[in-house]
Design a protein around this ligand. Structure first.
Ligand code: SAM
Length: 290
């Protein structure tokens, strides 16, 4: 039976998506999870009333989350993904031949299990790859306690509400610094600066305080309604961002990484921020209130 499902992230406006078919709906121990088919965007997953992915545009976000940090790194061997239970980031990470181990730390087992049943093309076998190791745990606890060290940490979390709120705080960012190898880089999703300026402003301040080099980069994700989507970059190694299109292209070709959104030009250009985003990243207010 047809249904319309509201995205309830924003307090003063709603996006409603036609669900031609609801495939799965459950309240897990951590969040409300629904998977449905929309005629325009394809199969979609929502958690706690927020669009997580659609099969039509997931490649944009997953490629940018994985290839911007991993192609900036000379030889990423150990990678940690926090969240990302659909397996899309893991899929992209494993395209890098130097990666020996990719740990995915997801708080909610049901996101992984449900994605494997209803969205198997997102992980595309990544969970069965012998280099993958799956942990069901809270990301904050994991980075604070693990003895492992990573060349790259990718935080593919939900919004800073519910279980992911802690993934935007000082304790978590300090834990990421602790779990990074020398010369490593941590990146994370940081929502829509136009509608949630306070999230990006807060992360910018914390990351600048904790890391030698902190930056924001952008991509355009059609199903994250409300403008460009922000990602954060944090590293103690300042020259990881001294890239050239030529160098990145050489690496991408050498690693034989085929992409649909990511290009070396997009990589470099994604750090060129529009004035209002730069202002928010430096701690300023946005155009609209939360
Ligand atoms: N890859 C998706 C996309 O295309 O937008 C994004 C989101 S992914 C499904 C976000 C995951 O973060 C969820 O599965 C959620 O359970 C997980 N998560 C939230 N809080 C967490 C925490 N504290 N520790 C680990 N995982 C967490």
């Amino acid at each position: 039976m047809e249904r319309w499902i509201d995205e309830t992230l924003h307090p003063h406006w709603r996006v409603s998506l036609r669900a031609e078919r609801v495939l799965h709906e459950v309240r897990t121990d951590h969040q409300h999870l629904v998977i449905f088919d929309n005629p325009t965007f394809g199969r979609m997953m929502m958690l706690d009333g927020v669009v997580q992915l659609s099969t039509s545009d997931e490649f944009i976000y997953h490629e940018m989350m994985a290839h911007v940090p991993l192609l900036a790194h000379r030889e990423p061997r150990h990678v940690l993904v926090i969240g990302g239970g659909d397996g899309g980031v893991l899929r992209e990470v494993l395209k890098h031949p130097s990666v020996e181990k990719a740990v995915l730390c997801e708080i909610d087992r049901q996101v992984i299990d449900t994605s494997l049943v209803h969205l198997p093309e997102i992980s595309a076998g990544a969970f069965d790859d012998p280099r993958s190791e799956i942990m069901i745990a809270d990301g904050v606890k994991f980075v604070g306690e693990t003895n492992q060290r990573f060349d790259c940490i990718i935080v593919d979390s939900t919004e800073p509400i519910g279980p992911a709120e802690v993934l935007f705080g000082q304790t978590f960012f300090e834990g990421c610094k602790r779990a990074l190898r020398k010369g490593g880089v941590a990146i994370g999703q940081n929502g829509l600066p136009f509608v949630h300026h306070e999230h990006l402003a807060s992360s910018g301040k914390l990351l600048r305080d904790i890391f030698n080099d902190a930056a924001c980069f952008l991509c355009g994700q059609p199903t994250y309604f409300g403008g460009p989507f922000a990602l954060t970059w944090a590293s103690d190694k300042g020259d990881l961002r001294d890239w050239s299109v030529k160098k990145l292209r050489k690496r991408q070709d050498k690693r034989d990484i085929v992409t649909r959104y990511y290009t070396p030009e997009v990589h470099v250009g994604s750090f060129d921020l529009p004035g209002y985003v730069s202002h928010i990243w430096q701690g300023g207010r946005g155009t609209v209130g939360a």
